[in-house]
Design a protein around this ligand. Structure first.
Ligand SMILES: [Zn+2]
Ligand SMILES: [Zn+2]
Length: 346
């Protein structure tokens, strides 16, 4: 008990000492991710999600009535009946519908009312709706459209296997909204992000990686395989490709102390959305390989990306800094020796 108390005191002292800050902030992008204790309040512009009370339509409308206001969308967006104790199944197949920001804002407010009619929000933070795929690929969505969509998903606790936004027009601002959505809950709300052919640059990618590397939900725990799996990412575009993207990625991983896997093969096992064949990710311990970027081409003679390591490292800084300090006077040195904590915030 004395050893534990001494260790705790030392830990508290180290936390308190500002010069020896234990937390490591991401150096890139320059501003750290904001706290999101109150996700909705933290978003000043949320054009897509007016609260139910601000709607001019009668509040008593049920889900079916709201659905039938837009039969053309209802055919692509269905909602299964609720089953007790389970998230409600949702289908959203809105690829190639010619949506720009103003259209999706209207769509979001329609869907917001549907979801609110089914399950009033604010009741609990758990997953309330689940979709296998949420598909808005091949539209004309820019930052405000992405923001409206992500706010809607966040507000209603919508979880999806695959979020498909390929072939739109959003840049780094839209990427920040997506980064916020995927780090909005204690469990990853999406297993795959398909974001290719948009207008973000490596700055946006770094922002996303910074969020993933700081968030306890990543890499994602897979209950079927008892392994931590990196988030599956597709994000090639004209600005994110080739050697410059690769070296920016290398710099980002080093400064964030995280790793990405570019796709490996080990025997019959190949990296995929639900598994990683990388040797550093193959046991049940949490590692720092937060994302899969298998579609990125690796230039010849490029510096190697950092390989996956134990997940705890970034919090306690490089080995050496976390080493045991000299014993306070009057305490036996052996009494304060302890294992370096591995998973403090879990
Ligand atoms: Zn990996
Ligand atoms: Zn992998």
């Amino acid at each position: 008990a004395t050893a534990a108390a001494a260790a705790a005191a030392q830990w508290a002292a180290r936390r308190a000492a500002p010069g020896k800050a234990v937390k490591q902030e991401p150096r890139e992008p320059s501003a750290p991710p904001k706290q999101r204790a109150t996700p909705r309040e933290a978003a000043p512009i949320t054009p897509g999600v007016p609260s139910a009370s601000s709607s001019s339509l009668p509040a008593s409308r049920n889900e079916a009535q709201i659905r039938d206001e837009h039969p053309e969308w209802a055919a692509r967006c269905s909602l299964e009946a609720a089953r007790p104790g389970q998230p409600q199944r949702l289908t959203v197949s809105m690829a190639e519908v010619g949506f720009g920001d103003s259209e999706i804002v209207v769509w979001c407010s329609w869907m917001d009312r549907r979801l609110s009619a089914e399950q009033p929000s604010g009741t609990s933070a758990r997953t309330r709706f689940k979709a296998s795929t949420i598909d808005f690929s091949e539209n004309k969505l820019a930052a405000n459209g992405i923001k409206a969509l992500c706010s809607l998903l966040e507000k209603h606790g919508v979880k999806c296997e695959v979020l498909r936004l390929t072939g739109n027009q959003f840049g780094n601002e839209g990427m920040r909204c997506i980064a916020r959505y995927v780090s909005s809950t204690s469990q990853a709300p999406a297993m795959e992000l398909h974001l290719s052919r948009n207008r973000f640059s490596m700055e946006g990618v770094k922002w996303l990686l910074a969020n993933l590397s700081m968030h306890p939900a990543y890499p994602i725990w897979n209950n079927d395989t008892d392994r931590f799996v990196p988030l599956w990412l597709r994000l090639e575009n004209a600005r994110v490709k080739g050697a410059p993207a690769y070296s920016a990625l290398e710099a980002a991983c080093s400064s964030l102390t995280c790793a990405v896997c570019c796709g490996e093969k080990s025997g019959d096992v190949r990296c995929g959305p639900r598994q990683c064949a990388n040797a550093g990710c193959c046991d049940e311990l949490k590692h720092n390989c937060v994302a899969h970027l298998c579609s990125l081409d690796v230039p010849q003679a490029a510096a190697l990306l950092p390989s996956p390591a134990a997940h705890a490292r970034p919090i306690f800084a490089p080995a050496g800094r976390g080493a045991v300090k000299a014993a306070p006077s009057g305490v036996e040195a052996s009494a304060i020796r302890r294992e370096e904590p591995r998973l403090l915030y879990e």
